[in-house]
Structures are given as C-alpha cells and as structure tokens.
Design a binder for this molecule. Structure first.
Ligand SMILES: [Zn+2]
Length: 97
C-alpha cells in the first residue's frame, strides 16, 4: 500500500466528507418530499402511497450503500461511524483534519 502524507489524507477526508454531506442532503430531501406528497396528495401529482414508500426505502438503501463505500478512513479503509466531523480515525489513529 502506498503511504500517503498528511496533506493527501486531509484532502481525501475532506472530499469524502463533502460527498457524505451531499448524500445526506439528497437523502433527506427525497424522503421529506415523499412525506409531503404522502400527506398532501395532488401537490406534485398523484402517486400511490406504496410507490412513495418504495422510493423512500430505495433512497435510504442507496444512501446506506453509498455511505459504506464513501465514509471510510483514507488510510485503513475502516468505517468512520456516525460522526460527520471526525477528527481522527478510531481504528488507526490517523488525524483526518
Ligand atoms: Zn484509519
């Protein structure tokens, strides 16, 4: 494995963090949109409750898959857990910021 310097690690972590924030924003937006359409049918067209529910489940599933790929330590590739503002990797102790 190639050794990365701290600058590269910070940069890669920042990129992963940005992707993660975008993914969270999209996931929340889609789930909320479905909830609004569920409560107020006719606002953006008619959709069945089952279809809206499927979209929500699919969005969460895609989000979780994306997270498991993206939200990893740039050095040891272990999952970074739920903290979006992580300072260091719990597994290998690398400073991420
Ligand atoms: Zn690590």
């Amino acid at each position: 494995m190639q050794k990365k310097n701290h600058e590269q690690i910070k940069q890669e972590f920042h990129q992963r963090q940005t992707h993660q924030i975008i993914a969270i924003a999209i996931a929340i937006f889609v789930v909320m949109l479905c909830a609004v359409m569920y409560k107020r049918p006719g606002v953006l067209g008619e959709f069945s409750k089952a279809a809206l529910f499927s979209v929500q489940i699919a969005t969460i599933a895609v989000f979780l898959v994306f997270t498991s790929y993206n939200w990893r330590c740039p050095v040891c590739s272990k999952s970074l857990g739920t903290d979006i503002n992580k300072r260091s990797c719990k597994k290998c102790g690398t400073r991420l910021r």
